[in-house]
Design a protein around this ligand. Structure first.
Ligand SMILES: Cc1cc2nc3c(=O)[nH]c(=O)nc-3n(C[C@H](O)[C@H](O)[C@H](O)COP(=O)(O)OP(=O)(O)OC[C@H]3O[C@@H](n4cnc5c(N)ncnc54)[C@H](O)[C@@H]3O)c2cc1C
Ligand code: SF4
Ligand code: SF4
Length: 1015
């Protein structure tokens, strides 16, 4: 077997970097995110396992990648741990011996689908949920699907083995699989099918990297569901047995025990901006609640009789609907944990009631149980006991999971899976297959590089589990005394109590990972919501540091709220990052993204973020419209910064449409200020509040009742965030907000006859997050407006409405333009896939981002604003703003690049003579000694981090005039920006320097020493 590999050698690092380029990560802090699976382990077990950080993480994008990686690892005898959704909890993705984590999630393509033969060939890393959606488009459906479908993968289920929905009809997940292609540790590719396939099932990445799987699928058919309550486990068992006897053709049978149903009723409500979303959530009876699913066309007439004959009661349809709508949210109740002690067992159906009875008698902690019935006469029981992983009692309470296993074994059952924790149970899990699997591993993996320790476990852990099983009654007594009361959280270090609570509640299921644009724009776990929750727990445990790098991770979220819509625990995730922004930037004085500081200075000075003049803000208003605009009116049009200064066609289009539709409105003209959202996401809540107060006061002076916006972010502020803040700050609000599309969709009858110009183009629609998922689900009004344009051929993007992907602006564009270009490219590719000529959107920032991304990626696609398209069709001559958009971006792009530590260092090196001259005379003399006194440079190195922060406040103002000249040389900019820079730059620098210096000093010090020595 291989030995532990905590770090690769320098030569190995070089070699692997050459092999995988940007797809290998050697960064120590990033690797830390790949050291665990979804299970929370007791501290004693953690101690036994020791350090589990891998030495590298590699993204496997192709089968050739897998071959390259395994050949490399085999040659150097480095352990390799395949990792897919990481939604399993048996330690299969934990690198107990370090080595390389092979992330197979990029292997996510569908290779072929054969509707005739009902077969699909897929890459192993494809997520079940996505596969099911794609199959549905072809009139097909999966035979069985795990309840972790939004994050788990096809390869993961074959490797981990399990049952799920549909197992009542189709059996274990692997029974739907026919063939698998595997890259073996030597790099050889082997296909496993027929009896050979059995050697792969449940082997948890110990045979090789599975790259492709052939699945049996079925014809798609809508399903129906019936939910019923049963007074006891026996009644439920009797009903299932009757159903089996009568061959009632169900697809799936799943159930909850009374403890689970009770907790589900008590689970926190889903909130959106502090408002309850799921107001009409039905209450479950506190009993055994079972849900029976079947294809709609099937005759299940005996079902009612079977349920009622066993003493069950059929529940209202809304419960069946709720239970099936939430079928992938099985761990929702974990919010009440915050931690869970799991025990997953298999028991024969005929003994299920007995197992429940024994659990009731022997286990004193409430055991929440979810069950699934399999067609082989067994039932999977997923049992959880609530606890707190931070309590010492977590260690002793864990013994109860062995007690549940013992109860299952006593009743003819076994552990659901083995893995590193239950390796001592592997004989009962694998049965006679174990010998074949072990022989195969010896043959193909003589160096033992594939996921070592996963099947055989580790000595001390195996002994502990064996002893725990032997002395189970003793462990149970202690375990039963290890319950805890309600767990409360308090503010701790820099983490507010409510954020800490969410971090411990997060089940680490990973539903939020693949669809988070911060994650898929960068590709590494630290950037995902799951990763951020992991970070917070690690930070609180003293194993991570909350520095500027981590602050940037919190700031880097685009606020798209995809995570909120995907979270199985309905956690308000994005809101937590918002709280962290304020906490870190305002209270902890960490740095926000540097361009935000320039924007803040511009906003405070001129009320806009584009470093433009306030007096020019309303110049876009056409004269004829200005003449019609009232001083006071019920409606006001609020243009926002980007439409006022950059994409003026957005604002002009909006007012033209409103005017044509007969809407009378006023505006704030040059008194309009930025809505403030950039400051909210920058963490500069102080500037946001000022801005908001000013806007509300000005709007009220105009007697306005409804604010109409064109920008979704402005809409979100006026519609949702301002009222929320106003309430907290005691400001009387009394305003409502609408997007122009909402106003106009109601007046289409007035507008439609006025369309003059047809638009004979294929147009697709990008749903902007801030008015869709993150706002108020305004999906249909803009579509109605767009489709009203004569001649248009409308096409939906693959990801639309609730599931629409973010454009990648604004935060990504400001923080890391290359990431924004990548995200923009991905969304524009969707438009190209549907062969669109034009991507239309209603957000000036999305339009801006797409135009920039189209240029950067050389994509031949037009990006237009909805209002501008409609207004042109109404016969108005609105010049295209694309060229001006790109022109406006250029200085910002250069400024962002300039603010990167490496470039700021260069700028300071350029200004070195001025900096030296600005220093106090004695210090200058001391520094000169570096040139003459040997060893002085070594002394200077540790001095710099102490000296520079003290010196900068006096040096900076003296250097500023030259700095401004240098910036002007490097960043060609329009006059209005150049004229204002002398005022904006010093303010921005004052705020940035304290946090920028720690990043600059290590780069600057050697350059400074070099300068002194050579001058
Ligand atoms: C909310 C929730 C619900 C769940 N419901 C179910 C359920 O209904 N039924 C069920 O059985 N389980 C369930 N699970 C557990 C888990 O989702 C499954 O075990 C799932 O199949 C794991 O898939 P994964 O892609 O996340 O694999 P991972 O967790 O990433 O990996 C699991 C094992 O497979 C190996 N592996 C993964 N991909 C490959 C590959 N391509 N080649 C070689 N080895 C590989 C890994 O090394 C590891 O040992 C649930 C989990 C959660 C969080
Ligand atoms: S809001 Fe969007 S970008 Fe931010 S963490 Fe959630 S999914 Fe990722
Ligand atoms: S945040 Fe929600 S979806 Fe994401 S890992 Fe945690 S529980 Fe799962």
């Amino acid at each position: 077997m291989t030995s532990r590999v905590a770090e690769l050698s320098e030569a190995q690092k070089k070699e692997i970097s050459e092999l995988f380029g940007e797809y290998v990560n050697l960064d120590k802090r990033e690797r830390h995110y790949y050291n665990h699976d979804m299970g929370a382990l007791p501290s004693l077990v953690k101690k036994v396992i020791g350090n589990t950080n891998p030495a590298a993480v590699v993204k496997i994008r192709t089968e050739e990648d897998a071959v390259k990686l395994l050949k490399f690892a085999n040659r150097h005898k480095i352990p390799v741990v395949p990792r897919a959704g990481a939604s399993s909890g048996y330690g299969g993705v934990i690198p107990t011996k370090g080595g390389i984590v092979a992330d197979v999630t990029p292997l996510n393509k569908i290779i072929s689908v054969d509707p005739e033969r009902q077969k699909a060939v897929v890459q192993s890393g494809i997520i079940w949920e996505k596969l099911e959606r794609k199959l549905k488009e072809k009139g097909l459906s999966l035979q069985a699907i795990p309840s972790s479908a939004p994050s788990s993968t096809v390869g993961g289920w074959l490797s981990q083995s399990g049952a799920g929905y549909g197992s009542y009809e189709f059996g274990w997940g692997h029974e739907s699989m026919e063939k698998a292609r595997v890259v073996l540790p030597t790099g050889e590719i082997r296909e496993f099918s027929g009896p050979e396939l059995k050697k792969l099932i449940g082997t948890m990445g110990t045979i090789g990297i599975i790259t492709e799987i052939t699945l049996k699928v079925q014809k798609f058919e809508e399903r129906k569901a019936v939910s019923a309550s049963f007074p006891s486990a026996s009644a439920l068992k009797n009903a299932v047995e009757d159903i089996k006897r009568k061959n009632i053709p169900l697809w799936s049978i799943s159930f909850l025990n009374p403890e689970w149903a009770d907790m589900k009723n008590k689970a926190p409500r889903k909130l959106h901006y502090e408002e309850v979303v799921d107001k009409n959530r039905p209450m479950l009876p506190v009993s055994y609640v079972s849900t029976f699913m079947y294809p709609a066309s099937r005759d299940v007439s005996g079902l009612k009789e079977a349920i009622e004959g066993a003493g069950g009661t059929i529940l209202p349809e809304e419960i069946a609907k709720y239970e099936t709508d939430e079928w992938f949210k099985s761990m929702k109740v974990k919010r009440l944990g915050p931690s869970f002690i799991p025990a997953e067992v298999l028991v024969p159906l005929e003994k299920m009631d007995k197992a429940f009875e024994e659990m009731g008698k022997k286990i004193k902690l409430p055991v929440l149980t979810e069950g699934m019935v399999i067609n082989d006469g067994y039932v999977v029981l997923l049992c959880f006991m609530r606890h707190s992983e931070r309590s010492v009692l977590f260690n002793t309470a864990f013994a109860l999971s062995l007690s549940i296993l013992k109860i299952a074994e006593d009743n003819g059952g076994r552990a659901y899976a083995s893995g590193i924790f239950f390796a001592s149970k592997r004989k009962s899990v694998f049965g006679e297959r174990l010998a074949e699997i072990e022989a195969l591993r010896k043959e193909i993996d003589p160096n033992g590089i594939m996921n070592p320790e996963t099947l055989e476990g580790r000595g001390l852990l195996n002994t502990a589990v064996s002893m725990g099983s032997t002395f189970e009654p003793f462990g149970r007594i202690i375990g039963n005394m290890s319950g805890i009361g309600k767990v409360s959280f308090k503010d701790e270090k820099e983490i507010p109590a409510e954020v800490a609570e969410l971090a411990y509640s997060c089940s680490q299921c990973g539903y939020c990972v693949s669809e988070c644009d911060q994650y898929y724009g960068r590709g590494w776990e630290s950037q995902s919501p799951r990763g951020k929750w992991f970070f917070i727990k690690e930070y609180l445990a003293g194993r991570e540091k909350l520095d500027q790098r981590q602050t940037n991770t919190f700031l880097g979220c685009t606020t798209c709220q995809m995570c909120d819509s995907r979270c199985e625990l309905d956690m308000p995730i994005e809101d937590a990052w918002m709280t962290m922004r304020k906490k870190l930037v305002i209270e902890e004085k960490k740095m926000t993204f540097p361009p935000f500081e320039i924007m803040a200075a511009s906003l405070l000075k001129e009320r806009n973020i584009w470093a433009n003049y306030r007096k020019d803000r309303d110049k876009w208003i056409p004269d004829d419209i200005r003449a019609k605009m009232k001083d006071k009116a019920d409606y006001a049009y609020f243009a926002g910064c980007t439409a006022s200064f950059v994409e003026k066609d957005v604002a002009v289009g909006a007012v033209r449409m409103l005017d044509d539709a007969g809407v009378e409105f006023t505006g704030l003209f040059d008194k309009e200020s930025c809505c403030g959202i950039p400051m909210l996401v920058a963490g500069r809540w102080d500037v946001f509040e000022k801005t908001m107060r000013m806007n509300i006061a000005n709007m009220k002076k105009k007697g306005v009742k409804t604010v109409i916006t064109s920008c979704p972010a402005c809409w979100l502020m006026w519609h949702t965030v301002y009222p929320q803040w106003a309430k907290k700050l005691g400001i009387e609000y009394g305003l409502e907000a609408k997007h122009y599309s909402e106003v106009l969709a109601e007046r289409l009858d007035v507008l439609k006859p006025k369309f003059k110009q047809p638009l004979d183009k294929v147009v697709t629609w990008h749903d902007s997050c801030h008015i869709g998922r993150a706002g108020g689900n305004v999906y249909e009004p803009p579509r109605e407006l767009l489709k009203a344009i004569p001649g248009i051929k409308f096409k939906e993007l693959e990801y639309n409405r609730e599931r629409a992907h973010c454009c990648g602006s604004v935060v990504s564009l400001i923080a890391e333009p290359p990431v924004a270009y990548k995200l923009g490219n991905m969304r524009l590719q969707e438009a190209l896939d549907v062969k669109a000529d034009i991507v239309a959107a209603l957000c000036p920032c999305c339009v801006f981002q797409f135009r920039v991304a189209a240029k950067e990626n050389n994509l031949d696609i037009e990006v237009q604003d909805l209002g501008a398209l409609v207004a042109r069709s109404l016969g108005y001559n609105l010049p295209d703003s694309t060229a001006y958009t790109l022109e406006s971006w250029a200085p910002f792009e250069k400024m962002i690049a300039l603010m990167q530590p490496e470039n700021m260092t260069e700028l300071m090196v350029e200004l070195m003579p001025q900096m030296m001259a600005a220093m106090p005379a004695p210090l200058q003399a001391m520094m000169k000694m570096v040139k003459y006194v040997p060893g002085m440079d070594a002394l200077m190195k540790p001095m710099m981090p102490i000296m520079m922060p003290k010196l900068m406040p006096s040096v900076m103002p003296k250097v500023m005039p030259d700095m401004l000249k240098a910036v002007e040389r490097k960043v060609p900019m329009p006059d209005y920006m150049r004229e204002q820079l002398p005022e904006l730059m010093p303010k921005a620098m004052d705020n940035l320097m304290p946090n920028m210096l720690p990043e600059l000093i290590p780069l600057l010090t050697p350059r400074m020493i070099e300068y002194i020595k050579t001058h």
